[in-house]
Design a protein around this ligand. Structure first.
Ligand code: AHM
Ligand code: MG
Length: 331
């Protein structure tokens, strides 16, 4: 196979020295996202953009597309025998692949449809994925093996289904973006080295929960809102898309901070976002791009989860903004 017959994603992954196995798995996952894009584009026409009437393991109402997109990924990855197991937001238990090779050592954790409350309003939605590598292949992989591999994340990425369908991915060296060429059903290279500027003036947090915040967080947002006349000495903007993929994508475009905190509200002590398939992959992308990623005050990428759907407080963004919030937590 010569270089001209390879697609942009494969070529870029090779430039990152990703192994052939990893390139195949990322390629497979990303291909399933092209099918998700089809499902998203046709949902309003097909009448599949509503509720499914079911509740997932998080106690959240499932949309029909949540289930459809989960099924697309699981079905599509069935033939990828180097994948030992899958963790999905929409499946209570670890999905062990019965057809996996004996030496299969990869686990894919994914949120098939992030921001699904945006479906009915035709807002931006996405898919998030994280690829973990086991220390060694297991005869019978179980949840503990996956939790033990949580800090051995070898790739992470997301796809945004917005005005354009964009893939952002990293295997730990740099972060690149690709745009879906829908006619030819392939991702075309956009930016090969995304970075997060250290200084910015935009924050993203759902301020409807202000009354449940810790004082340090409330002070941080108050100081942003005081603008030029306050201690930050700059006017700040605010955006909240209700889909992490979109709010995090903005960090790569113009910097800022994204916060989903733990709150003084029953059930929300650790916030809403799940570690394995939301916080962990986004933290890897943000750090590789030069930003910072914390659970409340600790480095996200060192967090050890105690269950596959564990929630964590999330702080991601430009170094100066994350440090500013951290200083308030520590004062
Ligand atoms: P989901 O995966 O069930 O869609 O939930 C995660 C989403 C994030 O994308 C987003 O940041 C957050 O939920 C928004 O939550 P809220 O409605 O509390 O603002
Ligand atoms: Mg999500």
């Amino acid at each position: 196979m010569n270089a001209s017959s390879l697609n942009d994603l494969t070529l870029w992954l090779q430039s990152q020295s990703a192994s052939t196995e990893l390139i195949t798995i990322i390629g497979g996952f990303v291909a399933s996202c092209i099918h998700i894009d089809d499902a998203v584009q046709t949902a309003a026409l097909n009448g599949t953009n509503g509720s499914s009437g079911t509740i997932n393991v998080q106690g959240e109402e499932q949309k029909e597309l949540d289930i459809l997109t989960h099924d697309i990924v699981v079905k599509y990855l069935d033939e990828f025998n180097q994948i030992a197991a899958l963790v999905s937001e929409e499946s209570e238990h670890l999905i062990v692949k019965p057809t996996a090779d004996k030496d299969a050592k990869f686990v894919i954790c994914f949120d098939p449809l992030d921001g699904s409350s945006n479906i009915e309003t035709n807002g931006v939605i996405g898919t998030i994925f994280s690829i973990l590598e086991l220390d060694q292949p297991k005869d019978k992989i179980d949840t503990d093996d996956v939790l033990a591999a949580a800090n051995n994340q070898v790739a992470a990425g997301y796809v945004i289904y917005g005005p354009a369908t964009i893939l952002v991915v990293s295997t730990g060296k740099s972060v690149a973006s690709f745009v879906l060429d829908k006619q030819n059903r392939r991702f075309v290279a956009e930016k090969t080295e995304l970075s997060i500027v250290p200084v910015a003036a935009e924050y993203a947090i759902n301020t409807a929960y202000t009354r449940f915040w810790e004082p340090a967080l409330a002070t941080y947002v108050e100081q942003c809102n005081l603008g030029k006349n306050g201690p930050r000495k700059k006017d700040c903007g605010m955006r909240w898309m209700g889909a992490m993929v979109s709010d995090v994508h903005r960090l790569f475009i113009r910097g800022g901070i994204f916060i989903y905190p733990g709150m003084d509200r029953p059930g929300a002590e650790n916030g809403k976002l799940r570690f394995l398939y939301e916080a962990n992959p986004m933290a890897m992308l943000v750090e590789v791009a030069g930003g910072k990623a914390l659970t409340r005050t600790k480095r996200m990428l060192q967090h050890v989860p105690d269950n596959i759907h564990q929630r964590v407080p999330v702080v991601l963004g430009s170094c100066e903004e994350v440090d500013e919030l951290l200083a308030l937590y520590s004062s």
